[in-house]
Design a protein around this ligand. Structure first.
Ligand code: ZN
Ligand code: ZN
Length: 110
């Protein structure tokens, strides 16, 4: 699947509908936050601060990448609700905060 095809997929009504369905299925709770909490309790760890919370899921992630397996793009089993932070972690992306800082830094030259 090309970038262009992926973009078209995310813009399609079928995806928007499926995305809402998955968020509802997961009760708008980040499934990675939930797992982190569950694992910690099972291991007898006490979590502090931010880590004690299950953040609100705002994004739906493809477990098997869409570009690799477009046919799984709308499969319930391949979709998981995540908060922005956990979603970035899954993709190894830099948090938005850092990107914004960079932009500001270049502005300061003027
Ligand atoms: Zn999360
Ligand atoms: Zn993702």
């Amino acid at each position: 699947m090309t970038d262009k095809e992926a973009k078209a997929f995310y813009n399609a009504a079928a995806w928007k509908h499926k995305r809402m369905q998955i968020l509802e299925r997961d009760h708008y709770e980040c499934q990675d936050c939930r797992k982190r909490l569950k694992d910690a309790v099972a291991a007898g760890h006490i979590l502090q601060g931010e880590d004690r919370k299950i953040r609100r899921a705002e994004e739906v992630h493809h477990i098997v990448e869409l570009k690799e397996h477009p046919e799984l793009g709308l499969e319930d089993d391949n979709l998981i609700s995540l908060c922005v932070k956990c979603h970035n972690l899954r993709h190894g992306r830099t948090p938005r905060r850092f990107q914004r800082k960079k932009k500001l830094a270049s502005k300061e030259r003027w």
